[in-house]
Design a protein around this ligand. Sequence first.
Ligand SMILES: [Zn+2]
Length: 191
Amino acid sequence: MIEEAELRDYLASSGAFLEGHFQLSSGLHSPNYVQCAQALKNPFWAGRMGAALAEGWHGPKPDLVLSPAMGGLIIGHEVARAFGVDFIFTERENNMMTLRRGFSLEKGAKLIIVEDVFTTGKSTLETAAVTAAAGAETIGAMSVINRMGDRTLPFPALSLLRLSLTAHPPEKCPLCAAGLPLVKPGSRKFA
Ligand SMILES: [Zn+2]
């Protein structure tokens, strides 16, 4: 269990939760940006966050944890460790989410999909499609951070922290109006 205030402090101090003036990939401007890899670089904290997610889960125990690479790899592995189950991952091949490296899913297996951040939910849904195609069942999804706003996933979902997605078109951006320098996280330094 991690108190929200403690988690927010850690995200800020680890460099994962940046406050300022950012241009999102959508072109909108936002006062915050999340780079979850910065929070997961510390194994102790990655383990704590994985344990907190598993602890907060009140559904049936999964048979397996599955994550889309790259973002979900570390946290998915830690959630699987906390549940005491195996961890495998999907990755894109010719832009299609797929299982490689000899990974397979048993028919009827119950899976939880784990990501670092839910933003659009796209990669979670693509991973769930891989699960469904194999005749396995996605019983839930988890992430460290949820930035989905009003959007929801079609199965029970759990996140440690919900961040409101504040974003403005550049012409209506109060941060631009205040003259704050704009940072583009799509640049190499942030990718
Ligand atoms: Zn702006």
